[in-house]
Design a protein around this ligand. Sequence first.
Ligand code: CA2
Length: 144
Amino acid sequence: MKILVLNGPNLNFLGIREPGIYGKNTFADLLRLLEETAKAEQIELIQYQSNHEGDLVDKIQWAYGKIDGIVINPAAYTHTSVAILDALKAVSIPAVEVHISDVDAREPFRQISYPGLACEKTIKGHGLEGYREAILYLKEHYAS
Ligand code: CA2
């Protein structure tokens, strides 16, 4: 099974600022968790982080016909991006949305997710562990 993990803007700064909201773990820690999970679950995993909406749309389009499942944390684009929503709908690859923080307990503007409308499931507030949960969900439901 091939899974694409997408991370949106500023997530590469994890652990550097705002540890009260996003925890002390760094982006390098997240990459390690993804590698370990992929190895343990015998999954081929490709990860991609970008600060640019169009790059994320391009990567979702690239996944068409190549990837079996997408894990996506669109970061701030969660709350604005119809383009990412449309891309997920266009490729129709099973997707799980992940948020490190519990967005429901934060500002009202964080409580809407456009990409989430095209996702099978949303995991929020479980920290980095949410990414592992998302991978396991996709494996359980979509591994052939
Ligand atoms: O909780 C999440 O995972 C979010 O997707 C993170 C986004 C935020 O805009 C969403 O509402 C919820 C922000 C990611 C920015 O990460 C930072 C990392 C270090 C310092 C500041 C921001």
